[in-house]
Design a binder for this molecule. Sequence first.
Ligand code: PEP
Ligand code: MG
Length: 539
Amino acid sequence: MMELTGKSVCKGTAMGPVLVIDKRDFVVKRRKIQDAGAELERLERAVELSGEQLQALYEKARAEVGEARAAIFEVHQMLLEDEDYQNAIHRIIENEMVNAEFAAALTGDHFSEMFAGMDDEYMKARAADIRDVSNRLVQNLQGNAGEKTVISGPVIIVADDLTPSETVQMDKDKILAFATVQGSSQSHTAILARMMNIPALVGVPMELDQLKNGMTAIVDGGTGRMILNPSPEQCRQAEARIREEREQEMLLNCLRGKATVTRSGRCVHLYANIGNVSDMGHVLENDAEGIGLFRSEFLYLGRQALPSEEEQFAAYRQVLQMMADKKVIIRTLDIGADKQAEYLQLGKEENPAMGYRAIRICLRQPQIFRTQLRALMRAAVYGNLAVMYPMIISTQEIKKIHKIVESVGQELKDSGIPYRIPEQGIMIETPAAVMISEELAQLTDFFSIGTNDLTQYTLAIDRQNEKLDDFYDARHPAVLRMIKMTVDSAHRHGKWVGICGELGADLQLTEEFVRMGVDELSVSPAMILKLRKRIREIL
Ligand code: PEP
Ligand code: MG
């Protein structure tokens, strides 16, 4: 028995025989050539073939996991055809008079190292994509491409790393779990694993040559543990866990793809809250109908400087593409109070929850706001984006915001940069906003009620103060009446209204919210199916 611990990228338990995919035998030899022209021709044919294979993979993935997730193979096609990448291979062949596979492998290594060394998590994760593209090209040059791993029965795939194209080519009905030595939880392989809902671990410290095909393993996606050659008792425990998970999944899984509709036929939009692109796996896994709150400030935290426009654009675009044409509501920067970034030098405040935070910072430091709006408006071209503004207390604020949005749009237009002005809503999280919701509704496309802050400001209870936990009553009648008032104001002006605070996931209040006329609930991904079940049982 051997127990190893890695990082879980997809929950669940699996037990079965191991299939080791050892790619270390894959060595590319350097060979001197005489005719660079002939070698370039050989390269051109392999590039063409690789392009065709990627197109076929794109079609297959599109049919199996949807347009948005298949887009990775379009990215691979773009990388393959990238001028810098192609020129680098050409230069090595011509200058060093070496074989094309060696030049392609070397270039792939250089480019993937370059990406892996970048600070941006998204760019870092692209290193695996470059490696994937180069390996394909090399295999095509060697004449052994298109060979996919043949899997005969249900197995636990064990590998040093898995590329997205390897993953999508596998017959997923025969895969019990994945466990890899390398791999990031943001990689497309991890996303695909989550998409397929297959228990998966990365970063498992295994020696592949000590593993044998057919040996039994247990993968525990809950704890990140992998047990090789488990004891009979460990097998019994794993079997019991698998049974339990199946029962629970079966109960909820049957709701995937089903409409979120009450017994009398009222539709409620069920969206997910996220803080980062890496949460998207969870969103897809739980069949969210959209993103109701992307807390964009998480992109600004835990770093030394503001995120650039490009960095933000890449993150927003990725979420939009992954959601295809489903709605994605991104909240503009809500920093301050408990969410501090040293580099902004916001300073200590006596009363931070009521202080310099959220939209107040954006209106006082418009350059920060404009950069985010540029990224958002550029990303809007790639999907169904809506933005919302936090901590609004007046109509003047909305008017100021709209002016800034207009001027940012003009700036993008003048520079010939593609953009779109998204649907714009506001968060209702102050009693002031509730009291003037009638006026606010006339200036905005939708409301999203932030009950976490609305409760703190209504009850005068600092949500950060654990001594006040017993007093913090989110179901307080004052809060519930404010929600009702907000819904009525929005509806009187033909606007929709959602709840994105934690209260939205309170199953005991679901019926009351639906009766009030709430149009959308945005909750943590793990709550989606539980809420769908509840909504389908009521009214
Ligand atoms: C809220 O206040 O309810 C909300 C959703 O925003 P946050 O929790 O990020 O303040
Ligand atoms: Mg809030």
